[in-house]
Design a protein around this ligand. Sequence first.
Ligand code: ATP
Length: 403
Amino acid sequence: MTALNKKTVDDINVKGKKVLVRCDFNVPLKAGVITDENRIVAALPTIKKLIEDGGKVILCSHLGKPKGEPKPELSLAPVAKRLSELLGKEVTFAADAEVVGANAKAAIEKMADGDVVLLENTRYRAEETKNGEAFSKELGALADVFVNDAFGTAHRAHCSTVGVTEYVEESAAGYLIGKELQYLGNAVENPARPFVCILGGAKVDSKLPVIENLLKKADTLIIGGGMSYTFLAAKGYGVGTSLIDESKIDYCRDMLAKAEENGVKILLPIDCTITKEFPDPIDAPVDVKVVDADSIPADYMSLDIGTKTAELYANEVKSAKTVVWNGPMGVFENPILAAGTIAVAKSLAETDAVTVIGGGDSAAAVNTLGFGDKMTHISTGGGASLEFLEGKELPGIVALNDK
Ligand code: ATP
């Protein structure tokens, strides 16, 4: 699947039309302050293009998980403010608890060509994540044309990504979606080899299924972070109180066998950085020990790869021509448990290979460490980039009009 067979913002005429743009403004916030604005910056090219073309630009997005009700701490108001600064132009924020309410309608009524309005968090509405008809219709009624540029949510069929397309004249993809599909598509369909995939992070159940598809494409699969302990358990190792998905142990065993059949190298941790308890708060000082991967005591949990593993993984990256990385190697939010993630990030920063980072946390780790500009592409989508790598169709892209 590529964006190329779908209409893009270059194929539509928006002059004088109301354009609803689904962006991915799901940015991390700390006490109302945006701590990583990458996703806002990534949305700018499409927004600027629609402003220049004389559209009335109505933006919408979700932020966090308000679970279908207004939560002031998850309001998009701080995004409207930052977006106004980045665009150098006022962005009117329509603060409606029901998203499409009196404020939104009045603001849109007043719009001149090239004006920008931002709606409130779409997930304030419970129907949003169920792709409900009523909210899809309300969103569609605001606009003539729909543009989806929210790559990070393209793997979800929601009102603002899929349902709305039924109620507008035309729907097209934005530049960000086009760029994401180009980089991710090239990386998996036509990779320069050796092609090394690094998987880590905590969402074990959603990430393990990707492995089967990657085994058909990658030359080496490196596993770290919370993912690795189900594999170590599959090898018969005790993993103490480390993160594990018991129901996937057999699956991991099958994957290890399949890798051998396909001639794909799987690298697992050979040593682990362990603690007695999970740090609370997450960045609190912790006492750590490094032990061999087959020697994690029953009352310890592993929260980072060990030093020998970090060296092994970094060395493997050195010989790669394409590297795709999703998910940190450990609890990188804690400086004492960040060494594995830093070592891997550094190895990616130092290679000439094509490097693609997928996943909010991996992207945050790379940016915090100052390696962002050393990567070929940092994807704005965690789950979406994974599902794409898995070979699945993304409903938010399928729903757009063909060229
Ligand atoms: P996303 O999918 O949200 O875009 P991501 O793919 O980068 O992000 P996640 O799967 O969300 O990553 O996992 C990141 C989290 O995994 C971090 O908060 C980190 O602390 C945690 N993590 C990493 N290793 C471990 C571990 N060994 N035990 C527990 N948690 C871990």
